[in-house]
Design a protein around this ligand. Sequence first.
Ligand code: PBG
Length: 331
Amino acid sequence: MMGSYPAVRLRRTRAHAWSRALHRQTVLTPADLIWPLFVTEGRGVEEPIGTLPGVSRWSVDRIGERALEAVSLGIPCLALFPNTPADKRSEDGQEALNPDNLMCRAAKAIRDACGSDIGILTDVALDPYTSHGQDGLVDDAGNVLNDDTVAVLVDQAVNQAEAGADIIAPSDMMDGRVKAIRMALEMGGHHNVQIMSYAAKYASAFYGPFRDAVGSRGLLKGDKKTYQMDPANGEEALREVALDLAEGADSVMVKPGLPYLDIACRVKERFEVPVFAYQVSGEYAMIEAAAAAGAGEREALVLETLMAFKRAGCSGVLTYHAPLAARLLGG
Ligand code: PBG
């Protein structure tokens, strides 16, 4: 039987800090965070990204420092994204298969700096390597080819696993890629390399600053709507997740984050598997812009939004605010 006022007063348990602490249902810790890092060529480079204030691209020789910082803050995993120079980009994105590409060198540098104290997540998709900025191979008519792309993504994933990646994260949204990548990893002896699939990834307007960061914004003609999901669709996200799990994904991601919190929550309730959310570049920029405009307080906005992901059922969050949040959380 539900009581009623005045026997029931929900303010009672909120009246003191100790009581609020005691009743708090959701916890956010540095261990919930994955820190995305952008890697660039050169030596001793820190290159600020205009549309992502406070976020920089780092040269490979400075990536180890970031990894050590993450370990000291209690952040368990880094996600790597390369800013491939224009002369190494091509129609077919072959640089993705180079064992000595930026991503692979960065993964090795992290391993040298931190051993197995930190997880390395690598993104599988061709957009940081193609001259047209699409995530896959494109035919003469401009169509992004599914099966031909999957064949390249498989080699890209194996290349990353050989460089020491712990988690392969396909963000390309081609059909059937998780199964193909899982089989290749098994064949290559990478039984314990995980797959975190960007299962429900939407064709979103929130990716702009990321495309600046990896240098693909000016290159991309058109959009990604033939492979990334329509923001209007919810059920389809559940189908995407079901397929990726059946194909061998260890965990799934929903992306972007806050505008798709309903999806994260539905996926968690339906499948009871580890769900991650990507609080993407445009969301980061929005918080920074609000803080800069005096419309909100940065630290409070960051912690409230990250807590929301945990409350929705996420195991963790990819966020550019990871080091700030970890510091605030006492990591
Ligand atoms: C590319 C990729 C994108 C992001 C992660 N991987 C951009 C895109 O799909 O165009 C976006 C991340 C962000 O905005 O922070 N496959």
